[in-house]
Design a protein around this ligand. Structure first.
Ligand code: SF4
Length: 103
């Protein structure tokens, strides 16, 4: 007998899996904030490419912007910018944030 492990359904994209998540946004109280007003560090800029939810973007003026509404609370940005101190990171208030429906 041969066992075959399947890590993911064939043909299913990450974006499609992320779309299964639901979020309860705490309007006006983002749980992550960018502290810095100056030139962003390479660590903060790298979050544009590393955030799995695509919460970080680069503005026309070269500033890193954050929209935490779709945050998955993975903590990657917290770890990456720990030395620079450019972000303030907290979990959302109870009842708010990401709701994982399908693992
Ligand atoms: Fe993106 Fe994870 Fe940071 Fe949320 S915690 S903004 S998903 S890197």
């Amino acid at each position: 007998m041969t066992l075959v492990a399947k890590a993911a359904a064939p043909g299913v994209k990450v974006e499609e899996k992320l779309f299964q998540n639901r979020y309860l946004v705490d309007a006006g109280r983002p749980h992550i904030r960018i502290r810095t007003e100056g030139k962003p560090s390479q660590e903060l800029i790298s979050m544009i490419y590393m955030c799995p939810a695509g919460c970080y973007s680069l503005s026309d003026t070269g500033k890193v912007e954050l929209s935490a509404d779709g945050c998955m609370e993975c903590g990657t940005c917290r770890i990456v910018t720990a030395q620079t101190g450019e972000i303030e990171w907290n979990y959302p208030r109870g009842g708010f944030g990401v709701l994982y429906k399908f693992g």
